[in-house]
Structures are given as C-alpha cells and as structure tokens.
Write a protein that binds this ligand. Structure first.
Ligand code: NAD
Length: 259
C-alpha cells in the first residue's frame, strides 16, 4: 500500500490533465494517469517515471461505466487506495450553431462530458465509501458552464450539467466525508483550443488563431490561461486546505466571467 495519497486523473495524457498530474506528483501524491489515447498516455507515463514520480496508467473511455470501475480497481490494486479522483477528461465535441447541431456530435459531447463525469463520480465514491475515510472528487467544469457561448451551445450544456452534478454529488456524499468541487477554467491554449479554433473557422469565417484571439481579448488580466494556472486551483482542491468546501464550482479565468 502506498504511504502517499493516491490521485487518479482522467484525460491526463496531455493538456490540463497532464499538468494537474504533474503538480500533484510534485506535491507527494502517487499518480494514476488515464486516457483514451494509448500513445500519449504511454509517453506521459514514461516521462513521469524519468522524473522519479510514483505512477501507473490505465487506458479507458470515461463514457463507459465499466472502464471507470476498472480504472479505480487498477488504482487500488496498484497503490492500495484512492484519495482524490479528478474527472478531467472532456471534449469540445459539437461546435457550431445550435440550430444545425449534428445529432451524432451532440451525443458524443454529452457522452464524454456528462456521462463520463457521472460514471467517474460513481466509481470513485463506491471505493471511497468502502475505505470509510472520505475523499475528494474534483470535476472539470468551465466558464462555459456559467454562461452560454456562441457556437459552443452543446459544450456549454455539458458543462452546466457538470455544475449540477457537482452540487448533487456534494450533497449526497457529504455524510461519507467525500467532498465534490469543480474547477472552471477560461481559455487555456491546449489541443482542445487548437481544434476549437479550427472548427470555428468554418462557422465564423475566421482565420487560424483568430477565434482564440477573439475569445482571449476580453480577459481582464490580459493574457490567456496556462494549464499551470488551472493546477494552482486544483492543487488547493486536492489538499486538506479545501476540507470545509463542497459543491462549489470555482472560476479561474483571469477575469472573463464574473459572478
Ligand atoms: P485536451 O483535448 O488537450 O486533453 C483532453 C484529454 O482527454 C486528451 O488526452 C484526450 O485523449 C482525453 N480524452 C478525451 N476523451 C476521452 C474519453 N472519452 N475517455 C478518456 N480520455 C479522454 O483538453 P484540455 O484543454 O486539457 O481539457 C481538459 C478538461 O478541461 C476538459 O474537461 C475541458 O472541457 C476542460 N476545459 C478546458 C478549457 C480549455 O480552454 N482548454 C477550458 C475550460 C475547461
């Protein structure tokens, strides 16, 4: 059994998830990486091992309840317990006007971003309840979960759902000392935004990089967000400093959406 706390991070082969895993590894967590993309997952696991981090990995699709259960089982078989579960995996999915949203893309977006979080919460909570010593479930929401954005209606709907799931799970799991909170980033320059920018070119008549620039120009602090900015918040949510917080969806966006 690991003496350190054990954190599972979905969608951690790259982007925000990888940065969260790196931060927690540096804060003495034992790390379970997970992703649907085997190649980038293996690359990241190798990089973590080279850096001396205690790590294992699991290939899985968050939209499948059996994969989420197997991911938690893998964490427990490898390191003996589960303390923090981060439902980070997500897709931009359907991008474009709601009036012409493609049903297959709508299903795909909701499957990963909404069902993925439901099944992640289920798998994590079942294990944490068995252990009997509480735990922390942390979900990826977004500023798009606070306000609907043009061309991102389905993605926004999926992140509004994450907000509701976070509140419900917090209430249901509080008796077990399991807290549930979410992080709501703004505009982070990951692979997701490269794809978003390309998809928006089709609908908004923008050139490469223009949609990203348009979305970032109104940020009060004057720059786009880094994955490390997100890790600053998630590090707090994974630590005992957040023990008295649950059901909160916290914005970290440099000043875009104010509530
Ligand atoms: P990304 O595309 O760079 O990385 C996402 C990772 O998740 C990839 O490695 C991908 O392979 C994996 N993944 C996708 N579908 C999966 C599935 N079904 N099962 C398991 N893994 C899967 O994205 P990112 O920008 O790092 O986003 C991470 C999270 O943060 C997402 O939930 C996203 O909605 C949210 N978010 C991102 C931004 C942003 O600006 N990038 C802003 C707000 C919220």
């Amino acid at each position: 059994m690991s003496e350190k706390k054990v954190a599972v991070i979905t969608g951690s082969g790259q982007g925000i998830g990888k940065a969260l895993a790196e931060r927690l590894a540096n804060e003495e967590f034992t790390i379970v990486l997970s992703d649907i993309n085997e190649e980038i997952l293996t690359e990241t696991e190798n990089e973590f091992r080279k850096n001396g981090f205690e790590v294992t990995s699991f290939i899985g699709n968050v939209a499948k309840p059996e994969d989420q259960a197997a991911l938690v089982q893998h964490a427990v078989d490898t390191f003996g317990r589960l303390d923090v579960f981060i439902n980070n995996a997500g897709v931009e999915g359907q991008v474009g006007p709601l009036t012409s949203a493609d049903p297959k893309a709508v299903d795909f977006t909701l499957d990963v971003n909404v069902k993925g979080v439901i099944y992640g919460i289920q798998a994590a909570a079942n294990q944490m309840k068995k252990q009997g010593s509480g735990g922390k479930i942390i979900n990826a929401c977004s500023i798009a979960g606070q306000e609907g954005f043009e061309m991102l209606g389905v993605y926004s709907a999926s992140k509004f759902a994450v907000k509701g799931l976070t509140q419900t799970a917090a209430k249901e799991l509080a008796p077990f000392k399991i807290t549930v909170n979410s992080y709501c980033p703004g505009i982070v320059g990951t692979g997701m935004w490269e794809r978003l920018d390309e998809k928006m070119m089709e609908h908004m008549g923008t050139k490469k990089g223009e949609a990203f620039a348009k979305f970032t120009e109104g940020i009060a602090l004057g720059r786009s967000q880094t994955a490390e900015d997100v890790a600053n918040l998630v590090s707090f949510l994974a630590s005992s400093n957040s023990d008295y917080m649950t059901g909160q969806n916290i914005i970290t966006d440099g000043g875009m959406v104010f509530n």
